[in-house]
Design a protein around this ligand. Structure first.
Ligand code: SF4
Length: 479
């Protein structure tokens, strides 16, 4: 009898970029175990991975909805195959990965055969064994947290093939224990990958055509290579930028001026009120945060700053909320993730404070913060009009795929422009050519739609050529 082909995998990811990268690690582990085929829809899969997020209640609710649907697929597998609705060879095994796995393992497993395997973020190497246990009529469960696991030796299978950008995890876990945050409980203690393994992975991505890498971690500021390579930081006052921050910010000056580092900094404020920051146990004040923003802008004048905000945290008064509104206006963020507070079990806030801001007040404050953010972000975009930006081409603009390209500026703004043949600054003797995905293009910004930019492409270039020639190009535009 011919042996059955290996089960096909469907995967779905919720939450942060770290979860996306974790799914790539999971796919690599599964590929090495012989499970290499993935499918686009859960109806055709024999293994369904759902990588979950526990950071807010609505993120969890979405996952429960999907689990209910997957449970339906399990129960109706035979009739779905008979009716041609599904092509799966065997009833699917549903696997819950990530932060919810760690937090809700008992509840998930009790949910009436809904889930077959529960695997926490530090146990992905165990997945092939856990799946085998299901074949013997068991549930597979491993949610142990580790003090060492970084998956440093695993080459992630990239989900977005042909993308010019990729994520690389450099550390995992968090020791900070902000009072509202579940992450230290679901992801465990901080640990960093050795520098060599990161450099190797980035080198492999470069060979695949990746031009931009985002280094990830629950708390990248705490990256600390135990092998000692960090001692190579330049001498001098490297810690000056962290004044006023107890634990959150350990910025090093090294590299801030390098052109191959994008000019975007994610600096989560969470709130603009010093008293709320104290209750949140963030380890800095509104004043020290604003001072840090000013220092960064002195060093990198056209830097883009993004942030995270929580409104309606325990005990938040109207005055404290007004502090967040004024911080948003004072800083002028390029990008912000703004959410209403939802209490998470186990956290300091859950044990010690009362979630006492009524839901309608949270929602009103949320709308006010979003409105303030939109007003100030317009100014960030408008300020780019008239400048020349280096844009990394990502592909056709979906709104005009036949005539326009879209890419990302060094400051993280989306820029679209008409796709015309251009001179190549490094090969001026050659005839003009259309830029392609992964090229760098000089773009003169002519219009701001307040959430994206539009411009005129001037030439194909390279990072170093652009920064050597940028003044010349400015003159050519009559600026
Ligand atoms: S720094 Fe604070 S908010 Fe961020 S992951 Fe750690 S505990 Fe959570």
């Amino acid at each position: 009898m011919a042996s059955q082909p290996p089960p096909r995998i469907y995967h779905e990811t919720y939450g942060c970029q770290m979860n996306i990268n974790d799914m790539e690690i999971v796919l690599s582990i599964m590929k090495n175990a012989g499970y290499s085929e993935t499918v686009e829809v859960p109806e055709n899969a024999e293994i369904i991975f759902i990588n979950t997020c526990a950071i807010r209640d609505n993120a969890e609710q979405k996952v429960w909805q999907r689990l209910n649907y997957f449970w339906f697929l399990k129960r109706c597998w035979k009739s779905n195959v008979d009716s041609g609705r599904a092509q799966s060879l065997r009833p699917p095994k549903v696997v819950v990965l990530g932060c919810m796995a760690e937090r809700l393992k008992d509840k998930i497993l009790d949910a009436d055969k809904m889930v077959d395997v529960v695997c926490g973020p530090d146990a992905y190497r165990d997945l092939p064994r856990l799946l085998e246990e299901v074949d013997y009529g068991q549930k597979g469960i491993n949610t142990l947290l580790s003090l060492e696991e970084t998956y440093a030796d695993i080459s992630p299978v990239r989900i977005s093939k042909n993308a010019v950008m990729a994520f690389v995890s450099v550390m995992r876990g968090c020791n900070n224990m902000c009072s509202f945050c579940i992450v230290p409980f679901t992801r465990g203690r901080e640990r960093s990958r050795p520098v060599e393994s990161i450099v190797k992975e980035v080198g492999e991505l470069w060979k695949e055509g990746v031009k931009e890498v985002t280094l990830l971690g629950q708390n990248v500021n705490s990256y600390n290579d135990a092998s000692g390579s960090e001692n190579e930081i330049e001498p001098g006052n490297n810690w000056a930028l962290s004044e006023g921050f107890k634990s959150m910010c350990k910025v090093k000056n090294m590299g801030l001026h390098r052109h191959n580092i994008c000019k975007c900094i994610h600096l989560p404020a969470q709130t603009g009120s010093t008293t709320v920051l104290e209750r949140m146990r963030r380890g800095y004040s509104r004043e020290s945060y604003l001072e840090l923003v000013q220092k960064i802008r002195r060093i990198i004048p056209d830097v883009g700053i993004s942030s995270d905000f929580i409104c309606g945290f325990c005990g938040e008064t109207e005055e404290e909320h007004a502090g967040t509104l004024s911080l948003i206006k004072a800083v002028g963020y390029d990008m912000a993730y703004i959410f209403a507070y939802s209490v998470r079990q186990k956290t300091h806030a859950h044990r010690n404070y009362s979630d006492d801001v009524p839901e309608e007040v949270k929602q009103r404050r949320l709308s006010e913060l979003i409105k303030a953010f939109h007003e100030t972000t317009c100014q960030c975009y408008d300020s780019q009009v008239g400048t020349i930006q280096l844009v990394l081409v990502e592909g056709p603009n979906r709104k005009a795929p036949d005539t326009e390209l879209v890419g990302k500026s060094n400051r993280g703004h989306r820029v679209s422009f008409v796709n015309l043949p251009l001179l190549d600054r490094d090969n001026q003797g050659y005839s003009k050519q259309n830029p392609v995905f992964g090229d760098y293009v000089e773009v003169h910004i002519t219009k701001s739609t307040r959430t994206s930019l539009y411009g005129e492409a001037l030439a194909i270039t390279k990072l170093t050529t652009f920064y050597n020639n940028v003044e010349k190009a400015t003159v050519a535009c009559g600026m």
